[in-house]
Design a protein around this ligand. Structure first.
Ligand code: PGA
Length: 241
């Protein structure tokens, strides 16, 4: 595992975007795994800027996202489909038909989760998966648990995640209680993983993720076993390392 510390959020975002750009340049038809949340917004801004300048071409890239809330439509500004469209896909030359997220409105969630696994398989797997971590060590929406959930599945969000995500909603009651998420095995099957972490609030959990025993109660700790992980942390998130 490679750990890179940067001066600030902007430098973290620029390094992460450079890493993704390098992946696209090396393999123009690669499959990128994307994440939502506050952390990757700066990374997406750099990618959009460089795409506009003709430095990086997404026309043959395919993408899969980690997760989606259950029960809200893709037009809802809180949905992850909406987030990805606004923060990245509508700003770059990607074919939107090549961008995949689980359908949080599917009638049969189990069927949708199986179909999502098949989609990822039919694309040939993920070349580079971008991740953030939650305050509780979750990746995607794989919350702390007794065992590592393997495949894409429906999950009940923990109070700590509902609380953390409520900052983006008007009221805490509006935060969906369930989501569909890639499983830990789905994430670990990516050929490369890029974890970005920002802010003082993540310093303790980042240290734990990197240094504790591998433990499903700290879901991101499993990344210690992946052969190709790069962590980029800004100074505040990296202060305990
Ligand atoms: P954040 O979320 O980037 O908004 O902090 C990260 C996560 O919960 O995975």
């Amino acid at each position: 595992m490679r750990v890179i510390k940067t001066k600030n959020y902007e430098q973290m975002s620029k390094k992460a975007a450079s890493f993704i750009m390098a992946q696209v340049i090396s393999k123009p038809d690669c499959v990128l795994g994307f994440a939502t949340g506050t952390t990757p917004i700066g990374t997406y801004d750099f990618l959009a800027e460089w795409n506009g300048e003709g430095i990086v071409d997404f026309s043959r890239v395919k993408t899969v996202n980690l997760d989606e809330y259950c029960g809200i439509s893709s037009e809802n500004p809180h949905s992850y489909r909406y987030f990805m469209d606004k923060n990245l896909f509508e700003r770059i030359n990607i074919d939107k038909r090549n961008t995949y997220l689980p359908d949080g409105q599917a009638k049969d969630c189990n069927e949708e989760c199986d179909a999502y696994e098949k989609t990822i398989g039919s694309l040939g797997g993920v070349d580079l998966q971008l991740l953030g971590i939650g305050n509780n060590g979750h990746i995607g929406f794989n919350e702390p648990a007794e065992v590592f959930p393997k495949k894409t599945h429906r999950i009940k969000l923990t109070e700590s995640t509902i609380e953390a995500n409520s900052r983006l909603f008007e009221k805490k009651e509006e935060v969906p209680r369930y989501a569909l998420t890639m499983g830990i095995q789905t994430i670990m099957k990516a050929k490369k993983i890029l974890l970005i972490v920002s802010g003082k609030g993540k310093a303790k959990i980042l240290k734990k993720v990197l240094e504790c025993d591998v433990d499903p109660k700290v879901p991101a700790s499993i990344l210690q076993l992946h052969p190709d992980v790069t962590v980029i942390a800004d100074a505040a998130a990296g202060e305990e390392l």
